[in-house]
Design a binder for this molecule. Structure first.
Ligand SMILES: [Fe+2]
Ligand SMILES: [Fe+2]
Length: 478
């Protein structure tokens, strides 16, 4: 049955999958909804629940004009269940089941694996809302505050997306997992979120902008490979989530770009390249930006998992999780004979060897991600160059500061040399944010809430949201 293009907002739970048809599913989701709202009021943006923000809501899933902008109090945001349009005759496009019709129901033999994949993805969504809940109080502008809230409500909706799949396709186990998704808490010692990066703190806006650039981008690559899934409801869910995810990465890329711009303006204005001088002028010096970048990039690289992984091979062979742009690749989509180069430490050196392509799928996805990360860094460097400043930001080596996979337990410098622990520790403060960096950045976090004004450490954006001017009152605080 083709899904209607418009989303039904007369329902308590807006959706384009006709959930009213399935009484049991509807009841299960209606029971989960108040618990989600409790979680949102407890763990969502702190101090702004009663304020109106100028937010976009999905009103249709077709590529043209799916978004509607309006004033919304966040607890009244219409979180719903939206799947991309079904593709007639879609098949499983890779792995052992290649060529079979895509599954509309969970294949029994893959039930546990698929559930795990969905829960792991789902868990990151509320986690990031929790990590960011304190940021509103120190926003650099109303524009940025509004963008933060947009990201937060959409991560909430992504949780809905995964919970729908759990309720609709995994019966009792799915309901229990949906409950657990509201029970875990980012950074909690007893009930942490599943993945490491989602238990880190997001203490300030610089960390947040780095997070949306690097960690939301991991989300993009995970969603892109799940959007290839042979399990069609998952593929369609992820395809629509990606349209929202693009905005989160925009916030990160333009946000860091604006910080870089402001730093360069201060350097030029005061004719200095000294980080101390930049700080005296209230800017974030480039070495501090580089250290934050090193941290967020490396913890995000860990999210891709081990370089060589039989799990990754199985996900692929089972037809559950494809490669980035799987269907655009011209090969056999089975990868039984293919190899892929993987760089790993071997004794004192880093060695690149051909590995079976199937077990190297995590590394291949990480490579796609790294290339994408580099594009933004290049744009930030253009900003620096345009100001006539002789400096560059860069991605550290993939082995730098890793806690998962072959690089865990070895010490690699940002330029890719293996060193001993003593050496590494001696240089650590040049490479990763120090307490002093964090204290300095924290000192800059003073709220700016006058429409059109921006904190001194970040430049204004090139344009406003939805064609509105930059000085628009994006959040009504009065
Ligand atoms: Fe998300
Ligand atoms: Fe996101």
């Amino acid at each position: 049955m083709p899904a209607p293009e418009k989303i039904d907002y007369t329902e308590r739970i807006p959706n384009n999958v006709d959930i009213a048809q399935d009484r049991r599913l509807l009841r299960a989701l209606e029971e989960w909804q108040p618990r989600f709202l409790n979680w949102w009021s407890e763990m969502g943006p702190e101090g702004f629940q009663a304020k109106e923000a100028y937010l976009r809501t999905a009103i249709s899933v077709d590529s043209k004009g799916w978004a509607h902008f309006d004033w919304v109090k966040m607890p009244e945001y219409r979180w719903g269940i939206f799947l991309a349009e079904p593709e007639a005759g879609r098949a499983v496009n890779f792995g052992a089941h290649k060529g079979q019709p895509a599954w509309q129901e969970v294949p029994g033999e893959y039930r546990a694996v698929l559930r795990r994949l969905i829960v792991t993805q789902g868990d990151t969504e509320p986690a990031s809302v929790e990590q960011q809940r304190h940021l509103g109080r120190t926003c650099p502008s109303l524009y940025d505050l509004r963008n933060l809230f947009q990201v937060n409500v959409e991560e909430g909706r992504h949780l809905w997306a995964m919970v729908y799949l759990l309720h609709a396709h995994f019966g009792r186990d799915g309901r229990e997992e949906a409950e657990q998704l509201l029970q875990r808490r980012s950074g909690d010692r007893d009930k942490p979120r599943i993945l490491g990066a989602f238990n880190e703190k997001t203490p300030d806006w610089l960390a947040y902008l780095m997070f949306t650039y690097f960690t939301d981008r991991d989300g993009k690559y995970q969603l892109c490979s799940l959007a290839e899934s042979g399990f069609d409801p998952l593929a369609r869910t992820c395809r629509f989530m990606l349209t929202e995810e693009a905005h989160h990465m925009f916030v990160g890329e333009t946000g860091i770009g604006r910080v870089v711009q402001r730093t360069c303006e201060l350097m030029r204005e005061h004719k200095t390249s000294d980080p101390g001088d930049v700080r005296k002028q209230g800017g974030i010096d480039l070495p501090t930006l580089q250290r934050y970048l090193n941290f967020h990039y490396s913890v995000s690289l860990d999210l891709f998992g081990s370089e060589v992984s039989t799990n990754a091979a199985n996900f692929y062979t089972f037809g559950l999780k494809g490669r980035f742009e799987e269907t655009k690749k011209a090969d056999d989509h089975l990868l039984r004979e293919a190899t892929y180069p993987v760089t790993r430490p071997d004794g004192e050196r880093l060695v690149t060897r051909e590995e079976p392509a199937l077990t190297a799928l995590n590394e291949r996805l990480r490579d796609d991600y790294i290339a994408d990360c580099q594009r933004g860094v290049d744009r930030w460097n253009q900003v620096i160059r345009k100001h006539g400043i002789d400096a560059e930001l860069g991605l550290p080596h993939r082995g730098f500061h890793r806690a998962i996979g072959a690089f865990a337990g070895v010490h690699v410098t940002p330029d890719g040399r293996m060193v001993g622990e003593v050496d590494w520790k001696a240089r650590r403060d040049a490479w990763l944010p120090t307490r002093e960096d964090e204290a300095y950045v924290a000192s800059l976090m003073q709220p700016v809430v006058e429409p059109g004004r921006f904190a001194n450490w970040i430049a204004a954006p090139a344009r406003g949201v939805d064609g509105k001017p930059i000085e628009f009152e994006y959040v009504r605080l009065a």
